[in-house]
Write a protein that binds this ligand. Structure first.
Ligand code: G3P
Length: 494
């Protein structure tokens, strides 16, 4: 079945060269250039993606712009039906898409399957929620000094052409979390998948196409490096950019984008604060899950833990025991492997190793881990870390958690609020009241009390402040972010 459904995407060679979707057909780029998708498991070439030309990008965006009004005029219930079909096709191809994620990005089978199942449920939820988005009407005399006789009829309408740029760590889920709400709200979508994860991304694009999206409305352009990305984000006919990826890239895109709405989720570098009365076994489990899921390559991963000397002295042995129980690093294809497969590339692993070495040179100690074999890094916990070390200052997308000793909870607040990141923070305490009170001092998007940072459940608002993001995502919030208000005021002169 996958061969029939996806057969036309590639040239069927080994490794396959995939086409890009120009809005109505799958074609090879006239650039004749491709970029390799290298598996972090064994460095084999999983496949090749087209590197599209700027002319091809112009053509795709022109088609999207021309077709958008007709798409917005399509009854919402038809757009909803298409999204439910997308969700059903994703469920149908769960195993095949899961295998692509494992091969392309080294996600363990369980985590890859979890991403696919979650994506289908997310799309269904978006489609159902779109039904309940309502406009409103307002009367002029609600406001002092204004006479009766004017009524504002306020609808939600599309922006136009949405550019959706997805990251390697959730190439199906974080693509659909952008594409689905944008399409439901009547926008056209130009989708740019990551390089690694891009093969899964174009398979997702095929599912959207086959589910009945009309010609021109949806396209999928591929290409490594910044040329394609830079040209897309600065294009005059893009009306909104939604992006998930590193903070550095987010800052660069924001500087290039025209005066359009941005919906960004960027780096998190998330802290966990252990208050003196915390349940240390619970905290340890959440720190291990939060720090090492998908080898720490999540924007919501815990990267450093703040606690007093007394707390950290008690926590260290508990974390080591919990780590042994919850994590088994290895080949992501093996059912034995738990949480930690390889990071996305050997070069990324080498960089992580260098940052660890620098921290040790500056006085940090290795509590456990650090060894690297190819792209696989042992789950690593550093202790005696200082907040000014690079391993804390800059998000390190790998299986590393740093323990930082603080003298007071005020110091914890200062360290967190001085960070250039602000996605989430975890606060552990048996007294939820004091944790709630503490949470209000933290300059982050979301505070998790007695839990590790996470984007889900996906109907919760998800947002970052500072260099962690712009705008709000989450089911209803994404539908709202991908649409704007359009008031029409009826004036009845008295
Ligand atoms: O890194 C992407 C971010 O969205 C993480 O999502 O669901 O793993 O918390 P999640």
């Amino acid at each position: 079945m996958p061969a029939e459904f996806f057969g036309s995407l590639s040239n069927h060679k080994t490794p396959p060269t995939y086409k890009f979707f120009n809005g109505n057909e799958w074609v090879e780029s006239k650039s004749k250039k491709t970029t390799d998708v290298i598996s972090p498991i064994d460095n084999h070439v999983v496949g090749k993606l087209q590197v599209v030309t700027t002319k091809e990008i112009d053509e795709v965006i022109e088609k999207a712009k021309r077709a958008q009004r007709q798409w917005e005029a399509t009854p919402l219930n038809q757009r909803i039906k298409i999204m439910h079909l997308v969700a059903d096709w994703i469920r149908h191809f769960e195993q095949y898409l899961t295998s692509l994620l494992t091969a392309e990005i080294g996600k363990t089978h369980d985590e890859a399957k979890g991403e696919i199942v979650r994506t289908a449920d997310l799309i269904d939820y978006f489609a159902d929620e779109a039904q309940s988005l309502k406009g409103e009407t307002l009367d002029s005399d609600n406001f002092p000094g204004f006479e009766k006789g004017r009524i504002a009829m306020i609808e939600r309408v599309a922006y136009g052409v949405v550019l959706a740029i997805a990251p390697f760590n959730y190439p199906v889920n974080l693509s659909a979390s952008k594409i689905a709400p944008a399409l439901l709200m009547g926008n056209s979508v130009v989708f740019k998948p990551p390089t690694q994860g891009g093969i899964a991304g174009i398979h997702l694009a095929r599912i959207f196409e086959k589910s009945g999206i009309p010609d021109g409305i949806f396209s999928c352009v591929t290409g490594g490096g910044s040329d394609v990305g830079n040209y897309l984000v600065s294009h005059d006919d893009i009306d909104l950019v939604t992006f998930t990826g590193s903070s550095d890239t987010g800052v660069a895109i924001a500087a290039k984008a025209k005066m359009v709405p941005l919906v960004f989720e960027c780096g998190g570098n998330n802290p966990a604060v252990i208050l003196p009365d915390a349940d240390l076994h619970l905290a340890a489990r959440e720190i291990v899950k939060g720090g090492f899921s998908y080898a720490g390559q999540r924007c919501t991963a815990i990267k450093y833990v703040l606690g007093t000397k007394k707390i950290l002295d008690q926590l260290r042995p508990i974390i080591l025991e919990t780590l042994k129980d919850m994590v088994k690093p290895g080949d992501p294809r093996s059912p034995e492997t738990k949480l930690v497969g390889p990071v996305i590339s050997e070069s990324a692993a080498i960089h992580i190793e260098e940052v660890i070495q620098e921290a040790v040179k500056d006085g940090a100690k290795i509590l456990t881990g650090r060894k690297r074999k190819g792209s696989l890094i042992e789950p690593t916990i550093l202790t005696s870390v200082k907040p000014e070390m690079a391993v804390v200052k800059k998000e390190l997308f790998g299986p590393i958690v740093s323990l930082i000793e603080i003298k007071s909870m005020d110091e914890a607040i200062t360290i967190i609020n001085n960070s250039s990141y602000g996605l989430q923070a975890s606060v552990f305490s048996r007294d939820e009241g004091s944790a709630l009170n503490f949470a209000k001092y933290l300059k982050v998007g979301t505070v998790q009390i007695n839990g590790s940072p996470q984007r889900g459940p996906d109907h919760f608002p998800f947002l970052g402040v500072k260099k962690s993001g712009v705008g709000v995502q989450g089911v209803r919030y994404s539908l709202e972010s991908m649409s704007r208000l359009r008031p029409i005021v009826l004036n009845k002169p008295q």
